[in-house]
Design a protein around this ligand. Structure first.
Ligand SMILES: Nc1ncnc2c1ncn2[C@@H]1O[C@H](COP(=O)(O)OP(=O)(O)OP(=O)(O)O)[C@@H](O)[C@H]1O
Length: 298
């Protein structure tokens, strides 16, 4: 699974607007385009419509306006061709459903089976590989409802890997996952990116974005900014994206800086006061609000 190159696919989100039945417009006029061989972060506050965007890419929510295409094909055609895999937020799954871990991962193979859904040797092999990649082999015969949040997440990532789609959508894949597993998943995503896969991932863990995402979409019901991480994932753009929301962000990595400055830039915002500060360590408490003052002057 991990050695095969895939044909890069172009995902084109063309001016989509989604209004739910209760009249709430969750996202509007969303435009961006990505081509395989990239990891793109989808970053925005809670309720900014990230899940709605994923669901509209998956055809689970129908846009009132605009189109989603993959290689110029309507998304429904692309879905039938099994080229998009989706890892939903954990809350969206009914965990009381009695099903084994290995059965959940096998669901990723359904698109490749005949309607009788009898798994072939290859299907079983791919399920084993996927379980191994997320380090869940030992728990393959457990009921899914008996797993921890992070373990459930890994099972759904395995299901997406087993599907072998060219496009991988991950909605908060790191929630409840320990640091070691998060790093293992990031390594996996990088390997898939290098094979030509297109990966769109929403995450609250902004600290890791510069470390593994090539591009970023900053989102609040519509696209605020998008482009290469280096030029888009800047403190100033993040202030626009998160300003006013209760939020603690810690950004690390030299890509945030144009110069050799190795210091971590951290951003703390809350309803009363927003502060951006420099720190030497990732978990350091705020001690300086120089940068925010600079930003405010602009
Ligand atoms: N089925 C629905 N019907 C009506 N409104 C909805 C529905 N699903 C979501 N919404 C609303 O649309 C907005 C966007 O929700 P969405 O779940 O897409 O945001 P999100 O960015 O994924 O949030 P979070 O990070 O908290 O998961 C929210 O205000 C939410 O209450």
């Amino acid at each position: 699974m991990m050695n095969e190159h895939v044909n890069p696919v172009t995902l084109n989100i063309n001016n989509i607007t989604v209004t739910y039945n209760n009249g709430h417009t969750a996202i509007h006029d969303v435009n961006f385009k990505l081509t395989g061989g990239t990891i793109c972060a989808l970053v925005g506050v809670n309720g900014s419509g990230k899940s709605t965007l994923f669901k509209s890419i998956m055809g689970m929510v129908k846009p009132n306006k605009g189109t989603v295409t993959l290689n110029n094909l309507p998304v429904m055609t692309a879905l039938k061709k099994n080229i998009i895999a989706y890892v939903p937020q954990t809350e969206e799954v009914d965990w009381d459903f009695p099903v084994l871990v290995s059965d959940v991962v096998m669901m990723g193979r359904y698109g490749k089976m005949s309607f009788l859904r009898i798994p072939s040797k290859e299907d079983k092999r791919q399920v084993d590989i996927a379980l191994d990649l997320v380090n869940m082999t030992e728990l393959k015969n457990r009921q899914i409802g008996e797993l921890s949040g992070g373990q459930k997440k890994r099972v759904f990532i395995a299901r997406a890997l087993a599907q072998q789609g060219n496009v991988l959508l991950l909605d908060e894949p790191f929630t409840g996952v320990d640091v070691q597993t998060e790093n293992a998943i990031i390594d996996l995503l990088k390997a898939l990116r290098d094979q030509g896969h297109l990966i769109l991932v929403s995450t609250h863990n902004l600290g890791s974005v510069p470390e593994f995402c090539d591009q970023v979409v900053l989102f609040n019901r519509t696209v605020l900014n998008y482009g290469p991480t280096k030029t888009t994932f800047t403190p100033q753009n993040l202030m626009t994206t998160f300003g006013g929301a209760l939020r603690y962000l810690s950004l690390s990595g030299d890509k945030l800086h144009d110069d050799e400055d190795p210091r971590i830039v951290s951003v703390l915002t809350d309803d009363e006061r927003a502060a951006v500060f420099y720190g030497e360590g990732k978990n350091e408490a705020p001690h300086d609000n120089l940068l925010i003052d600079e930003l405010r002057k602009k």
